[in-house]
Design a protein around this ligand. Structure first.
Ligand code: ZN
Length: 189
């Protein structure tokens, strides 16, 4: 990650990387895009660079984020999709103008409209959410096993048994907690 962009949990799936801009949802939530500039930063490291962001656009982004979180959680728990979340995801998806293009190296890149607006970037994120919630993409929606997190993540592991949204944070903390519990047990024996 480039210097100057700490604190973002960037996974390989765009939509759930985006929902991970609010972490510890079931504990003490940490807002990682508290200002328009932070959203600009996140979009830049996510391949969706925009020129500017207004507070209203940040609100739009956060609304989409929570809609994706709600839809992804419903999918992971095999519940019906909340209609309001579906509407927000669809509204954002159709609103932006972005195009997928190939780089010379054969990688996919997102090209936003010449105005490169936040709406364009959000449409890419919304479309990504559609692809994982709809089951179009190979993987499984699951909830993080950390009780203070429970973030929805997209498990693309071969065995589909991934337990944590992020190995470096939630996964590590759980492992450490288990290690400490075992140490205490040993000392008590
Ligand atoms: Zn987690």
């Amino acid at each position: 990650m480039p210097a100057g962009f700490p604190d973002f949990r960037l996974g390989s799936v765009l939509a759930t990387s985006f929902t991970a801009t609010l972490t510890e949802r079931r504990g003490d939530p940490v807002e990682r895009i508290p200002t328009p500039q932070r959203l600009i930063d996140w979009l830049a490291v996510s391949g969706l660079a925009v020129d500017s962001c207004t507070p209203a656009q940040l609100d739009l982004a956060r609304e989409l984020r929570e809609a994706i979180h709600a839809a992804a959680t419903a999918t992971a728990t095999q519940n019906a999709l909340p209609a309001s979340a579906v509407k927000i995801i669809n509204d954002r998806s159709v609103e932006g103008r972005a195009a997928a293009v190939l780089t010379a190296e054969g990688k996919r890149q997102w090209q936003l409209s010449p105005a490169a607006s936040v709406e364009d970037a959000l449409s890419v994120i919304a479309a990504d959410a559609v692809s994982i919630v709809s089951g179009e993409r190979d993987g499984r929606m699951a909830l993080c096993a950390s009780p203070t997190c429970q973030a929805a993540f997209f498990d693309t592991s071969q065995s589909r048994t991934r337990r944590w949204c992020d190995m470096n944070t939630c996964g590590n903390r759980q492992k450490k907690a288990r290690f400490n519990a075992n140490q205490r047990k040993k000392l008590a024996q």
